[in-house]
Design a protein around this ligand. Sequence first.
Ligand code: FAD
Length: 395
Amino acid sequence: MTGESSDCNVAVIGAGPYGLSATAYLRAASVETRVFGEPMAFWEKQMPAGMYLRSHPMASHIADPKQELTLDVYCGKSGSPVPKPVPLDRFVDYGRWYQGQAVPDLDKRHVRSVEIRSGGFRVVMEDDEEFTARRVVVAGGISPFATRPAEFSGIPSALASHTSEHNDLRKFKGQRVVVIGAGQSALESAALFKEAGIQVEVIARAKALNWVGLHARLHHLGLISKVLYSTRDVGPAGISRLVAMPLLFQKFPRGFQDRAAYRAIRPAGAGWLKPRLQDVPITLGCRVVSATTSGSRLLLKLDDGTDRLVDHALLATGFRVDVSKYPFLSESIVKQLNVKNGYPLLKRGLESSIPGLHFAGKPAAWSFGPLLGFVSGAEFASTELVHSMTRKNGN
Ligand SMILES: Cc1cc2nc3c(=O)[nH]c(=O)nc-3n(C[C@H](O)[C@H](O)[C@H](O)COP(=O)(O)OP(=O)(O)OC[C@H]3O[C@@H](n4cnc5c(N)ncnc54)[C@H](O)[C@@H]3O)c2cc1C
């Protein structure tokens, strides 16, 4: 196939929840679509084994146009109830099952580059095959956006690594580890370390930990709960409803959107983690001011004047969107894109300032709000894509 060229209408890059869902919706609307990438690779390779989804099962369905491929249907077929919380390995299996049902002809190859050419885009695959696509949907996830605090620059990854570099934390057996951060990923990693018998301490700048899901009562008040919470399950009472309506959310003043988005996605742990963290030392209100190697170990100095000599620092320091970091986007695309703080500015249909180039998932969150950073935002994203591509002359 090397060097062979064929045309396609829509090329979707990425086979996580957003790419799979978008493809299922577009095909159901008779939009010819090809999708590329390893299915659910980020979840399988860049999250720790033993993890549970923080999102509620009702917000962990990968949207499909007929609602025949929900998590409930998948669990029903395998004869077991939907687990709560949902274990990571079940979710990966679910995503693969979804892919087998909705997109059996998924092309698992990696896309190497995308550049503009007249009437669309030139897409080059990892094996040099190239083709043209009228439209490209980037559903490449957040992996390239992992953030590493400046204090750790220059420290080898054997001593300080980002959470997304691991899928099995048991490899740190016998080591002394610190986890930097106060969000779900930090707290769950610490619990997994402790349960594997690994000596761990959490260090975070936050003065107090935030927890979600501790107000179960509020979810069982019938109509009142429905008014307060959306089934999309992003954000606290009230904000949850607003965030679930991206076209309304984007109409609010920017300052309000930013505050509501922060409130919806601020670092927080799921309530069910609390008991698993008993006996884990957690140092709050503290910043690492320097990290240096000391023999084969890592010496951390904190701003409270104390030191830690450890074997490894796990950086649960999150992801900061910067679409210029997608390695497959050509320089000229990156130059021409209108961006704000690293996010592409998108209009209806998730279409960027470059006609025919769309972004689904977290990069769409600047334009459409925090829902787009979660699996439960895929329905909105997919229906927007269909809407824009099936309008007159859109297809
Ligand atoms: C630790 C952790 C826990 C999380 N837990 C939850 C949760 O409980 N619930 C929730 O809703 N969200 C959760 N999230 C957020 C989650 O990342 C997003 O909801 C979800 O991944 C979005 O799906 P996606 O399809 O945009 O991205 P991904 O699932 O990351 O899929 C993107 C895919 O694109 C592929 N790709 C990238 N570049 C190329 C290329 N050049 N060619 C081909 N393929 C390519 C990648 O390999 C990847 O498989 C969590 C995130 C993290 C880091």
